[in-house]
Design a protein around this ligand. Sequence first.
Ligand code: HEM
Length: 128
Amino acid sequence: MKSDQEHTSLFCRIGGHACVRRIVDVFYNKVLDDYRVSRFFETIDMERQRTKLVAFLTYALGGGTNFTGASMRKAHERMVREGGLNDEHFDVIVEIIAGTLKEVGIPAPLINEVRAILEPTRDDVLNR
Ligand code: HEM
C-alpha cells in the first residue's frame, strides 16, 4: 500500500504551476548563458518555448499528459539532423535543470526523481 506522499504527484509536491513557471524562467536564462547549448535556442521564439516547457515539465512531473515520445522526437529531429544534437548536449540540459531546481530550493531527493523522469526521454530526444 502506498503512502499519501507517494500518491501525490511530483508536480504537486514541487508546488504546482506557478513554481514550474519560475523554474522554467531560471532554466532558460541559464541555457542562454551556456556556450555549449545556447546556439540551439538562438532562433526560436523564447516566449513560445517557455510555454511549451511549462507544459513539458508539468507532464514530466506527473501533472499532465500533453507530450508523447513521438512529439519529443519530432520537436528535436531537425536539431539532431542539422545541428548535431547529441548526448553531451542532453547531459548539459539535464545538469542545467538539476542546477535550477537546486537554486530554487527543491530538495535533493525530488531533484533525483526529476532526473529519473528525464533520462528515459533521451533516445526520443536524440531520435535513436
Ligand atoms: C532533457 C530532455 C529534454 C526535454 C524534456 C525537452 C523538452 C522539450 C519540449 C517539450 C519541447 C517543445 C515540443 C513542442 O514543439 O511542442 C522542446 C523543444 C525544443 N527543445 Fe527540447 N527537450 C530536451 C532536450 C533538449 C536539448 C538537449 C536541446 C538542445 C541542446 C533542446 C532544445 C530544444 C529546442 C531548441 C526546442 C524548440 C524547437 C522548435 O520550436 O523548433 N531540447 N523540448
